[in-house]
Write a protein that binds this ligand. Structure first.
Ligand code: SF4
Ligand code: SF4
Length: 235
């Protein structure tokens, strides 16, 4: 899921002031931001109370099922049309994709209420760790399901750096070295003989990514020999 954190309040009010907004509609997200405790009902109520305390009028709020789903967000916006129409701006407590989707669905100034941090795992309630950088060239099949690109601070693919000490990471000294974990899990699974990874194809990580499953164009498609070299428009 996308991990978010609350945005600095002064930046939020600064955004609202930039368009002279005194009437605000709030949009949350029923998926990641709810699980991260940043954009669910409780957080929207708290934000509405804070805005009210500072003299803003909150015209209404909704927690979209999946705020980064364009058609779903358009539908949600239609259900709250009057409340949105009477607002000067919309504040979105969702990840950056959710904010952009809302901006596309609503013809009003739309501002982020959160900071988007990373794609991560919920280790336990309220504890999140970054696990994937969406590189488009996944090596998890060879690394026993542990991502060296993300969880090794140096992004090394093939074994520890010279700073690893007694199995621990030199950068994040409270964590085991990613490559120690990878080697142990591979050994436990009887895969200790796994070979060296080839250099990564970082062209697959170029942004912005786009996928249209109707065309069945995927991240694994290499540039066509007929076309010019370079990235395709889709991942
Ligand atoms: S190798 Fe790439 S796609 Fe796979 S988990 Fe790591 S960053 Fe994500
Ligand atoms: S000690 Fe291991 S995890 Fe830490 S930076 Fe070096 S190789 Fe990466």
């Amino acid at each position: 899921m996308i991990i978010t954190k609350p945005r600095d309040w002064a930046r939020i009010t600064g955004n609202l002031e930039s368009v002279g907004a005194r009437r605000v509609f709030l949009m949350g997200c029923g998926q990641c931001a709810t699980v991260a405790h940043t954009g669910g009902e409780k957080e929207l109520e708290a934000t509405a109370a804070q805005l009210a305390a500072e003299g803003y009028t909150v015209t209404g709020w909704t927690v979209g099922d999946v705020t980064c789903h364009l058609n779903g967000t358009k539908l949600d916006a239609r259900k709250h049309r009057e409340e949105i129409d009477s607002a000067d701006a919309v504040l979105v407590l969702a990840c950056g994709a959710g904010v952009q989707t809302t901006a596309e669905a609503i013809g009003k100034p739309v501002f982020p209420g959160l900071e988007s941090l990373f794609l991560g795992t919920v280790v336990r309630n309220g504890v999140f760790e970054e696990r994937c950088q969406t590189c488009g060239d996944c090596v998890l099949g060879e690394t026993a399901g542990i991502c060296p690109v993300t969880t090794c601070p140096k992004g090394l693919l093939n074994g520890p750096c010279g700073g690893m000490w007694d199995g621990m990471c030199e950068v994040l000294s409270d964590r085991e070295c990613t490559h120690v974990r990878i080697r142990r899990r591979l050994t436990e699974q009887g895969r200790a003989g796994a070979g060296t990874l080839a250099p990564k194809d970082f062209s697959t990580a170029l942004k912005p990514g786009s996928v249209n499953i109707r065309d069945r164009v995927t991240a694994r498609q290499k540039p066509s020999s007929e076309g010019p070299p370079g990235r395709k428009g889709t991942r």
